[in-house]
Design a binder for this molecule. Sequence first.
Ligand code: EPU
Length: 419
Amino acid sequence: MEKLLIKGGKPLKGQVAVSGAKNATVALIPAALLANDTCVLENLPQIRDVYVLKEIVEQMGAKVQMNETGTMEIVSSDLCNSHISNGKVKELRASYYLLGALLARFGEVSMAYPGGCDIGLRPIDQHIKGFRALGAEVEIEHGIIGIKAKKLAGSHIFLDVVSVGATINLMIAATMAEGTTVLENVAKEPHVVDVANFLNSMGAEVKGAGTDVIKIRGVERMHGSTYMVIPDQIEAGTYMIAAAAIPGGNVVIESVIPKHLDSIAAKLIEMGVEVQFNGDSVRVRNQRRPKSVDIKTLPYPGFPTDLQQPITSLLAQAEGTSMITESIWEGRFRHVDELKRMGADIKVEGRVAVIEGIEALSGARVSATDLRAGAALVIAGLMAKGETEVCNLFHIDRGYENLEGKLATLGAEIKRVKY
Ligand code: EPU
């Protein structure tokens, strides 16, 4: 077992580069299987979710190689199996994209129900509704989802809720359906646009990604492509929050797409933090204790739910009372109990957390309950007086590339130890 030891109180200074986007990458790898060909994906993050997906698609017959700079070659011409027996699909949510990709390519797929972070109910009814609308039969029996279609046919699908996963999955599934598919009330997250761009580079005809309506004109076949994933919006936001966490912080975060960071920049500025964009980098500087703010998580371009947990740590030491409304995941406050061990004064009632900022958190032994809770606790450890131990690093390793290494280059006193 491993844990992080953090000595708090040191302001972060220097430069840090953001890796490729996790939530785009975990869709690009399944999407690459649409072609009976070779795809090369560049700038992929070195994280556990990527390694797990690699192992799953290799077991299905794809040949996959990934080098240390994050370039992955996927040869899927020998892909023979659309019945995924690898139990690891339960380790990550994004394995559901294999359903859309294999359904489109082979007309059938079966797989165990996907897993992922424990942050709420996480239904996939909108994915299933969409597959059915495209003409597929869907059955769930003994924990296995089986989907079959003689021929997928374009359809008009209005999503009941704005879902990133359903938007991407249906976009992938519809690429080779007969006729045109119209998806309405879709998610507009940067990774939705990134997946659409990748699909188009493989020969698909997807229009409108980034707006509320996406149109997909089915094509006969898809071909291989070389594609570079976008930088990770949430990793960038995590470093922006970390930079602001300790007065005296001055960090340049490189390889970002500024537009993706508008909502987090706006909140940090409201808290009294300096945020300056310059080309593809952003400088975050903070001289004083931040001011309290109210935050409501929303689909893009609103404040991302994935940064709600990291920013809670910052607000725990802000001047005044803040209120966070979590409107996406009803169970995404499990980090709060851990922050309370560090002295935070936070009350949670349903989807709302009320945070009374205190002068200083104090180091404690805490446990990452999910990926972004892990990031929140690391930030809290950087801010706290004394030493913090963060356990359960498995979750952090799923989605942050070398978190402690990057923070150490910014001057944080943080190290990973075995116990
Ligand atoms: N929803 C439904 N039915 C569905 C799908 C979703 O009711 O069929 C609801 C969910 O319960 C939730 C809302 O719609 O209340 C949004 O869910 P969405 O489908 O957008 O989430 P997701 O695709 O499962 C992705 C990210 C999450 C991120 C959310 C929201 C991946 C692999 N995961 O999840 O990322 O929180 O979008 O932006 O892309 C993370 O990176 O830490 C993470 C959890």
